[in-house]
Write a new protein. Structure first.
Length: 343
């Protein structure tokens, strides 16, 4: 099982350089709230040489598919072919509230979006007649044709997905899956839907990258390790309308509906501290890597047995030094987990 790391923009370069030294496979840059992804990825391309780079993830409603393809081709060129494109449709309220883009028929939108991106990355004139994307919209317009950066038809495309239908679509049209709020048991269940999508496309799971984003915090006391992760979970569970939020739905499905309702209400009233305090330890523990090296290694082994191919470490310590210490501890735990799995 390989390792990836999700970076915070304020210390992304420093942590990515160390991750590369430690042999981490991939560095991903989240998008939303605090930073966009391509700006930070450009800085990483200039300061690293071997680690693969990806957004984690670029939000589909925020950009036209041709611009996304152009951005991907540019970053791939700047990084010497190390770029992987990761996309997500985002939460319904973010799609409409931030970008003014409707959330209706999201699966069809994703499919067409990826079609256009791949067409552009093949270096062909972009002519596409879909329900949501018609390029050019009439016969008088010139089609897009990416020439400003080298294009790569086989550039890997990952999709972030949560629900069964979106997971199946991811298996059908993407090269990898980025998961969020995933326990080892949840990974195994999600992969049944991904595999169904792969089968629909006539493909096996061979070569498909299973990459969950897993918060990690290391301390000999798991309860204390969970403390810095509470705002992260509260933020996602409290995002947008609870009736439409995919993150609220995941927490409820795991048996924490009452706690999720309290968290959501606290976020809505501006009580962020109260929202964080309301996140149950049991929820964090199900979906995170918590504790000392031994405990984290045991949990990593569970993810490996659930067929995770690349474990994404989400570092949430507030300082660069704290993130570096967590990263080094997690790499050591992965080595310990690997020895146990081989024995």
């Amino acid at each position: 099982m390989k390792l990836a790391v999700f970076l915070a923009h304020h210390c992304a370069v420093e942590v990515a350089v160390e991750a590369e030294r430690l042999g981490v496979e991939l560095a991903l840059v989240p998008e939303g709230f605090r930073s966009d992804a391509p700006s930070v990825l450009g800085a990483l391309a200039a300061r690293t040489s071997t680690i693969a780079l990806a957004p984690g993830v670029m939000q589909i409603p925020a950009r036209t598919p041709v611009l996304t393809a152009l951005t991907a081709a540019t970053l791939d060129s700047l990084s010497g072919g190390r770029f992987r494109l990761a996309l997500g449709v985002s939460n319904p309220d973010v799609s409409l509230g931030w970008y003014g883009v409707p959330f209706d028929r999201p699966l069809r939108r994703i499919r067409e979006y990826v079609d256009v991106v791949r067409l552009a990355l093949r270096g062909e004139p972009v002519r596409y007649a879909g329900q949501f994307y018609r390029l050019p919209p009439d016969e008088t317009g010139d089609p897009a044709w990416l020439r400003a950066a080298a294009t790569r038809a086989d550039l890997p495309v990952y999709l972030a997905a949560v629900g069964p239908k979106n997971l199946a679509l991811t298996g059908e049209i993407a090269d990898g899956w980025i998961g969020v709020f995933n326990s080892p048991d949840g990974i195994a269940e999600s992969l049944t839907h991904v595999a169904a999508g792969r089968a629909r496309a006539g493909r096996s799971m061979d070569g498909f990258d299973v990459l969950p984003s897993i918060p990690v915090s290391m301390h000999e006391d798991p309860e204390r390790a969970a403390a810095p992760l509470r705002p992260y979970f509260a933020n996602f569970i409290g995002l947008g309308s609870k009736e439409r939020s995919i993150y609220f739905a995941v927490a409820a499905r795991l048996g924490f509906a009452a706690a999720a309702a309290r968290i959501h209400e606290a976020v809505r009233t501006g009580d962020r501290a109260g929202a964080a305090a309301a996140v149950p330890f049991e929820l964090i523990d199900q979906l995170s890597l918590l504790g000392d090296e031994e405990r984290v290694a045991a949990r990593m082994a569970e993810y490996a047995r659930a067929n995770v191919t690349t474990l994404g470490l989400t570092l949430l310590a507030p300082t660069a030094q704290g993130q570096l210490e967590t990263l080094r501890g997690a790499v050591a735990a992965r080595e310990l987990a690997g020895r146990r799995l081989r024995s």
